[in-house]
Design a protein around this ligand. Structure first.
Ligand code: PLP
Length: 407
């Protein structure tokens, strides 16, 4: 490996938004022009010193960056293997990494002269981040959310409304995230001149997967600098949970060209390996197109999108971001899964021995890190992205305990 010329993995995607066989721009004719405009505005913003300086200042003063890299000393002793570090996205304003992307995109929306923000949300975390930045910039904000999700995530609906957003209940299909995305796209087609569609993960038609990665890569950039300061070397392995893939790609990206750093994405293994019981796209999925992008998708034999299940709403989606599908193909990243029960155990363990209540999504990454640390030696380093805090999950955790017969 050492003698090979750099592979320059960073040069992806190609000009049309393809990461190998994944990605692209699958959209109705009326959205092709707006997507091209968005792409041009995005690349021009990336080159603007003024844009970058304003984003950096807001990341510091509004989001609270940089977030710490915390040495989890008691978790490390508990496992008895590799040293475990946690990247603390749970400490950002609104409590998860999603604000990094929402902030970057709303600055872009303002630069494009848009006054109205549209977004979809599943668990409500992206909706809350979007409503937050819309309030900060005085923009009209409409959030589409499945009716079933609105009932399950009532406190987030309340938060969005407090922040001045209009939350629209989607009653089509399974009344969950996939249907909310379709409805948000429909709104965009209808009000395309004045509206900006603020997508929440590394998904959708080009340029969204690349744009979301660019706004999330600060997670990995900070981690790289911090671990070099603390340990004078790079970690042996990075671990992150993968829903659509935004926190994981933001964490992994600055390390793609470092062959000694292993990259592991953890999907939701749900209740079982049966289709419908999980959201592990890399073990149960196949190639398809969903909501603008070609990637690994959970579907049945005739291409109907499968229902998915996870105890963590943020990992509960049938498709995975196209850049992850490509990293999987070229064996640069590995993907595994953790089931509901193991994630819940990691949730409780981290709370009790580190004093950190992680999001259920992040608990999947923690659970895998516990397994992995035990296989490695005390000289090795693991860095885990703690994508968010668990306050939002208290009801779910309580219900699961009741189901399992605990008090
Ligand atoms: C939304 C969410 C995720 C999953 O989304 P990605 O795009 O895969 O990062 C993970 N963790 C938290 C805390 C979330 O809110």
């Amino acid at each position: 490996m050492q003698n090979q010329t750099p592979r320059l993995i960073h040069s992806q995607p190609n000009a049309k938004g393809w990461f190998g066989a994944y990605g692209g721009r699958f959209a109705p004719e009326t959205l092709m022009g707006p997507l091209l405009d968005l792409e041009a505005a995005f690349y021009s913003a990336l080159k603007s010193e003024e844009f970058k300086a304003e984003l950096q200042q807001l990341l510091e003063e509004f989001v609270g960056r940089e977030t710490p890299l915390t040495y989890a000393s008691r978790l490390t002793s508990y496992c008895g293997g590799a040293k475990i570090y946690l990247k603390r996205e749970d400490l950002t304003h609104t409590g998860a990494h999603k604000i990094n992307n929402a902030l970057g995109q709303i600055l872009l929306a303002r630069r494009m002269g848009k006054k109205r923000i549209i977004a979809e949300t599943g668990a409500g975390q992206h909706g809350v981040a979007t409503a937050t930045v819309a309030a900060r910039f005085g923009m009209e904000c409409v959030i589409y959310m499945g009716k079933v999700d609105m009932e399950r995530q009532a406190p987030n609906v309340q938060r969005m409304r407090l922040l001045g957003a209009k939350v629209v209940a989607v009653v089509a299909g399974t009344q969950t995230l996939k249907d909310a995305v379709s409805e948000a796209m429909r709104d965009w087609v209808t009000h395309v001149n004045e509206s900006y569609y603020l997508l929440g993960s590394a998904l959708g038609p080009h340029p969204y997967p690349t744009m979301v990665r660019e706004f999330q890569k600060i997670i990995g950039e900070e981690t790289r600098k911090q671990i070099l300061q603390k340990e004078q070397r790079l970690p042996d392995e990075l671990i992150a949970c993968v829903g659509g893939g935004s926190n994981a790609i933001g964490f992994f990206y600055p390390f793609l060209d470092d062959p000694t750093v292993a990259l592991t994405g953890v999907e939701a293994g749900g209740r079982s390996g049966q289709l419908g019981d999980h959201a592990a796209r890399f073990s149960g999925g196949s190639l398809g197109v969903l909501q603008g992008t070609q990637t690994f998708i959970l579907q049945d034999q005739v291409g109907q999108i499968a229902t998915t299940h996870s105890v963590s709403a943020g990992l509960d989606y049938a498709a995975v971001g196209p850049e992850h599908a490509w990293l999987h193909d070229i064996h640069r990243a590995n993907y595994t899964f953790v089931r509901d029960q193991e994630a819940l155990e990691a949730f409780h363990l981290l709370a009790r021995i580190e004093g950190i209540i992680p999001a259920l999504e992040s608990s999947h990454a923690i659970a895998y890190a516990i397994r992995r640390a035990r296989e490695l030696s005390p000289h090795q380093l693991l860095a885990v992205n703690l994508s968010g805090r668990g306050d939002k999950d208290l009801n779910t955790v309580l219900e699961e305990e009741l189901k399992n017969g605990h008090r």
